[in-house]
Design a protein around this ligand. Structure first.
Ligand code: SAM
Ligand code: SF4
Length: 382
């Protein structure tokens, strides 16, 4: 690299740093409604300022996200719908666990998207200006192409979620080196809660996975499903401190949604439990060096409005079906006929967006699941 090129690169980095610092400062303004995007940016900044390779990660991802936002704004003019900022994708619904209450256990996975189809999908996402891909399932690392494709598509920020069972030292190193992956490892509280909901030994497996990620220098966090059984423990200082000790930069709480083959009604949070947990999260945010994101509160915001169905996100299932979100197993269109543009222009998702009541939640954590039968009816009419 010549001196001039180095100079240009430094100026470019300074510009991004300035932009991101400005955005980061906004997070502290009490008046601003924080979005999940704000929290993710804050998590990257927290990771970035903790070490040199973290700062490199923050600056590179920052630059790519800025460019992606520009592409998104430009392409949006030619799309009859929305280009979502985030796409959740389940490369497989197969899993080596059988966790109680998991929404994916009733899904069939016998016609999975091929590597070439996923590759094409990610290229389209890059071109359209999608910012981030949440890789879920099933267990995404049951497919060896999961890491290969994430490494290949550098213009996307990948957030894979795993049970941790396939994380080896080698995989952790690849995740750390990729420069475009923030890994989430699922855990349900302490050993008792995790082993009880997931499987015997799963707490240890998840903890070892986190240790491997920490030793490799990866940016990672935990994902926990919040139920009436584990809420008290997830909301305790000792749990959060343990996650910090394991090296988590962020934590993602999802309130249990009673979907899937064996819905657990007894796990639903009462209004009191929900309010109590929210208070705990807000309190931790002031006191703990970890970025915490809470679903549905941080997604729905003050307007109590779901941002799935293509507004800010959508879900592509393992067979290419275009779904409003991972909790809803209803699709009308498929990316195999029309690609990602078809997902952005999906008439089914548009119809959901046009019926505002479907996006407002009442008692459950997910408004779309709350209106499941209306969605089925809507899909039948398409
Ligand atoms: C379906 S899993 C797929 C990824 C991977 N197998 C794992 O366990 O992390 C993604 C996340 O969804 C959570 N989850 C599963 N069923 C849920 C439900 N009914 N309500 C809320 N979260 C759920 C899991 O606990 C996990 O954190
Ligand atoms: S939560 Fe994840 S690990 Fe557990 S059964 Fe579901 S997909 Fe598998």
């Amino acid at each position: 690299m010549s001196t001039v090129q180095k100079g240009v690169a430094i100026i470019r980095f300074c510009f991004i740093l300035k932009h991101f610092l400005r955005e980061e400062m906004k997070i502290n303004k009490k008046s601003k409604q924080k979005t999940i995007g704000d929290f993710m940016r804050f998590a990257m900044w927290t990771w970035g300022r903790s070490n040199i390779s973290g700062m490199r990660f923050f600056l590179r991802v920052g630059l790519r996200l800025l460019l992606a936002k520009k592409r998104k704004a430009k392409n949006q003019k030619n799309i009859k719908g929305f280009i979502p900022a985030v796409i959740a994708i389940s490369p497989t619904m197969r899993c080596n666990y059988n966790c109680r209450g998991c929404y994916s256990r009733s899904r069939i996975s016998n016609n999975e998207l091929l590597t070439s189809e996923l590759d094409f999908l990610y290229s389209e996402a890059e071109e359209l200006g999608v910012l981030s891909i949440v890789v879920t399932g099933g267990e995404p690392y049951l497919r060896s192409d999961t890491i290969e494709l994430m490494e290949k598509h550098k213009r996307l920020l990948f957030i894979p979620i795993t049970n941790g069972s396939k994380i080896t030292g080698e995989l952790a190193n690849r995740i750390a080196k990729s420069g475009n992956i923030i890994q989430l490892v699922s855990i349900e509280g302490f050993e008792e809660h995790t082993d009880n909901r997931r499987k015997k030994g799963s707490y240890k497996t998840a903890s070892i996975a986190m240790e491997l990620l920490r030793n490799a220098g990866a940016c990672f966090g935990f994902a926990a499903t919040n139920t009436s059984e584990n809420s008290k423990f997830l909301g305790s200082d000792i749990f959060i401190d343990r996650m910090i000790e394991l090296g988590c930069t962020l934590g993602y709480f999802t309130e249990y949604v009673p979907c899937g083959p064996h819905p657990q009604k007894k796990w639903l949070l009462s209004e009191e439990e929900r309010n109590f947990f929210r208070e705990k999260v807000l309190d931790f945010r002031k006191r703990k060096p970890i970025v915490l994101i809470q679903f549905p509160q941080d997604e729905y915001g003050e307007e109590n409005r779901c941002t799935a169905a293509g507004i800010a996100s959508l879900h592509i299932n393992s067979e290419g079906g275009i779904e409003p979100c991972p909790f809803i197993d209803i699709s009308v269109e498929n990316i195999r006929t029309g690609g990602l543009k078809a997902a952005c222009e999906s008439p089914f998702l548009k119809a959901i967006r046009e019926r505002g009541n479907l996006l407002q939640r009442d008692k459950l954590a997910c408004s779309l699941f709350e209106h499941y039968s209306e969605l089925e009816e809507l899909a039948r009419k398409m």
